[in-house]
Design a protein around this ligand. Sequence first.
Ligand SMILES: Cc1cc2nc3c(=O)[nH]c(=O)nc-3n(C[C@H](O)[C@H](O)[C@H](O)COP(=O)(O)OP(=O)(O)OC[C@H]3O[C@@H](n4cnc5c(N)ncnc54)[C@H](O)[C@@H]3O)c2cc1C
Length: 483
Amino acid sequence: MPLRTPEQYFQSLRDARRVYYRGRAVPDVLDHPVIGLAARHAAIDYEMAEDPRYRDLAVVDGTSRYFVPPRSTDDLLSRSRLIETATRLGGTLVVLIKEIGTDALFGLSIVAHEMDKRLGTPYAERVRAFHKHCAEGDLALAVAQTDVKGDRGLGPAEQAARGHPDAYLRIVERRPDGIVVRGAKAHTSVSTNANELIVLPTRAMAEADADYAVAFAIPVDTPGVTLIASPHGGGDKNTFEHPIAARHKMMETLTVFEDVFVPNERVFMAGEWQFAGPLALTFVEYHRFTAVSYKLPLVDALVGVALLLAEYNGVERAGHVRDKLSWLIAYAEGLRALTHMAAHRCQRHPTVLGGEIAVPDPLTVNTAKLHFASNYHQAVARVQDIAGGLLVTGPAEEDLGAELGDRVRHYLGGKLGTDTEARLRALNLASDLTASDFGGYQEVLAVHAEGSIEAEKLTILRNYDHRTARDYARQLADTGRGA
Ligand SMILES: Cc1cc2nc3c(=O)[nH]c(=O)nc-3n(C[C@H](O)[C@H](O)[C@H](O)COP(=O)(O)OP(=O)(O)OC[C@H]3O[C@@H](n4cnc5c(N)ncnc54)[C@H](O)[C@@H]3O)c2cc1C
C-alpha cells in the first residue's frame, strides 16, 4: 500500500463520525472553521512524506517512520528528529496524528507479549494485525487514555460502590464475539481528525476493578462514540496578531462511549487488571519521549523571540537581560541534551512486532519532562519580561493602514533603525506564545499533557538506583572515600 496523500487523509475524515462543537453537530469536520484548521495542521505528517526535503526522515522502506518499531538508539533519535521537525513545521504545535498512536502501539506490543506469556491470553496476534492495518493504511490515530476519573482519591470500583460506576471507562457486557464498553475519556487530542481511536487504561487497577482494565481500538465513526470538542482557542484569528494560532490548531474532545461494541479482534485487554498499570506506564514512557521531542521547537522559539526582542528594544547588553537569555538557552539545551540521552540510554524489550524494541530510558525521559514542565512558566516569565507590556497592549493590523500607520510606525519603533513592523510581528509572536489563549494552552499542556508533574516525579523516584546512591553515601560517611 502506498502512503496516503494529504487529500486522501482529508477524504478519509468524511465518514459517519459524531462530532459536536459548542453544542452543535458538525456534519463535515473539514468544512468546520476550527476543526478544519486542525485537520490541515495534522496533514503536515502526510505533506512531509511527499516532500523530498523530509522524505528520508519521514519514510522507511515505503512506510511512515512513525509505525516502524525503533530497534536502537539511532532509531529513537531519528523518531525524535522526525517529531521535532514536524512540530517545527507546525509552528511549535505538535502534529500528533501518528506520534501518540504509535506510542500506544509500541506500549501494547510490549505488554501483549508479557500478558500472553504470563496469562495465556490471545493479544499478540491482535496487536500485530492492528499495527499492520494502521501502517499499511497510513492511518491517523488518536489515543483516549485519560478517564474523567471523578474523585481522584478513589479507584474505579470504589466509586462504583458509592453510586458512580462511570468515573472510568468499563466493560458492561461480554459477548462471544466481543465486548460492550461504556464511559467517557477526557482531553482526547486529534480525535476529531483521526481515523482510529486507541483506548488504554489510565492507571493501575485492583482485582475489583477488572471490568475497568480494558484496551481496544475502533474506527472513530463507530456507533455509540460521540466527540464533544473543546472550543478553547477556537474562533477567528488574524495572522498578524496570532502568527501561530491563526494557522495551527489541535483539537481535544470529551470522548463518550455509549454501549459501544468492540469486536474481539480489536480487544487488547479485557479484565487483566494486573496489566493495566504496566500498559498505562509503557505507553506513557514512549509518549513522554514524544513529548520532550515535540517541546524542542517551542523552547527554541522562546529563546529566539527573546533574543530578537532584546535587540529590537535595545536591551541586549543589559546585565539582567543577558542573565535571562543565558537561562533560556540553558533551559532549551538542557532539554535537548536530556532528550537525546534518553535515546542513548535506551533499554530493549521483547515485543510482538518481531525481535526487540528500544524503549527510551524512563529515568532520563521523566527527568527531561520534569525539567521542561517545572521550568516552563519561568521561561515564559523571562520572555514576557524582556518583551515589555506591548505583548498585551499592541496595535491591530488595521492600525498600520493609511490613516494611522505613520503614527504607529513613528512611536513604536524601539531601538533606532528598527523596522517597526518587524518589531510588532516579533512582539505578536511572543504574545501568541505566552499571552494569548494559545499561550495559555501551551502552559496547561506543559503541566498536564503526557501526565501531570507529580507522575513524572513518581517515575523518577521509582527508576533511580537508590541502593547504589545510599551505599556510596554510607562509604563516604564511614571512610571519606567511595569504592
Ligand atoms: C492539551 C492536553 C492534551 C491532552 N491530550 C491527551 C490525549 O490525547 N489523550 C489522553 O488520554 N490524555 C490527554 N491529556 C490528558 C493528560 O494526560 C491529563 O491532563 C493528565 O494526566 C492529568 O489528568 P487530569 O487532567 O485529569 O488532572 P488531574 O489528574 O485531576 O490532576 C490535577 C491535580 O491533582 C493531582 N492528583 C490527581 N490524582 C491524584 C491522586 N490520586 N493523589 C494525589 N494527587 C492527585 C495531580 O497530580 C494534579 O496536581 C491531555 C491533556 C491536555 C491538557
